[in-house]
Design a protein. Structure first.
Length: 320
């Protein structure tokens, strides 16, 4: 028996979320008194996974897997789970994981729980706490199948160092034909993505136009943050839809979320309320976002943000 963790990576590099799911998987393995195995695909450097408890790493290398396909990937995970006799399979709640995990559950005749936020409160019966109703509530889900599939909510468990002397093994699963082809893929490079960001700086209609977006990007650069926007901004074409966060856009679970000129419609708040600290800058003291924020600044973004940028630059220069 084992616990199988699926490590997310991009362009050959392990993502931070992979260390979180490995930390989580290690703790479940301890509860079940078994070992944790981590599956990686086309990853150059995996040694840091041992720091977070990976006792065995399965290395899959196949250039045909550089383009993600949920059906193909799910079949690889199924083969790994069967090879390692996995009792629990753990995904990150990223886009790829959310596509693949239900297919894996179906292939393994397993129960599936998404948006899990804590270790099982009980092993028998296997019970996990998960988010529900657009992150407005929690429920306790009992999985009664022999194999359990879990998607761990981003930034819900944290990184826990538990260094072990693990081993690695080349794994060559059979690759199924998916019937789906990809002609081209456009990728953004050199910028922090919303999915990976610890800090997100987001702008709304209060910025008055796309020509004023430079200060959002400058603030994000100083903080090492990702940039995002509200739905009206993406609808107006000021920013690409890939930056739209909220209930109908990308969910955000960052350590720090800074909203500039965003009033805080309920759909937006539902998509970002998993962020640990929320800061809002708005001229309207009655803006709904202030009720949800941890810190608020009532003021003109065109005055507040440049000052904030200069203060941060000074702080970084003095603490380099």
């Amino acid at each position: 028996m084992s616990v199988l963790v699926i490590a997310d990576s991009s362009e050959g590099k392990i993502k931070k979320s992979a260390f979180e799911v490995t930390s989580y998987g290690k703790k479940i393995a301890e509860q079940l008194e078994t070992n944790v195995v981590v599956l990686t695909v086309n990853t150059n450097e995996t040694s840091e996974l041992y720091t977070y408890g990976a006792e065995k790493i399965l290395l899959v290398s196949n250039e045909n897997l550089n383009t993600f396909n949920a059906k193909v990937f799910a079949n690889i995970v199924k083969q790994a789970a069967e090879k390692e006799n996995a009792q629990v399979v753990i995904f990150d709640s990223n886009i790829n994981g959310l596509y693949a995990a239900p297919i894996v559950a179906m292939n393994l005749n397993a129960g599936y729980a998404s948006n899990v936020v804590a270790l099982p409160s009980s092993i028998s019966p296997f019970t996990v706490k998960r988010k529900a109703f657009s992150n407005k509530a929690f429920n306790n889900t009992e999985i009664t199948t022999a194999i359990k599939v879990i998607s761990l909510a981003k930034n819900s468990f944290g990184l826990i160092e538990n260094e072990v002397s693990g081993s690695s093994e080349e794994f060559s699963p059979s690759i199924i034909e998916s019937g789906v082809t990809s002609q081209s893929i456009e990728k953004t490079t050199g910028k922090v993505t919303i999915a990976d960001a610890d800090i997100v700086v987001s702008g709304g209609r209060g910025l008055k136009g796309p020509e004023n977006w430079g200060m959002i990007e400058e603030l994000a650069e100083v903080l090492g943050a990702a940039t995002a926007c509200s739905k009206p901004v993406s609808d107006l074409g000021w920013r690409p839809h890939s930056e739209h966060v909220g209930q109908t856009g990308k969910p955000v679970a960052s350590n720090l979320y800074i909203a500039v000129g965003i009033s805080g419609a309920i759909q937006h708040l539902a998509g970002i309320n998993s962020s640990k600290v929320k800061v809002v800058i708005n001229t309207d003291p009655e803006a709904p976002f202030f009720k949800a924020a941890d810190y608020g600044i009532v003021g003109d973004a065109f005055e507040v943000v440049p000052v904030l940028i200069e203060k941060l630059k000074t702080y970084k220069a003095n603490n380099a």
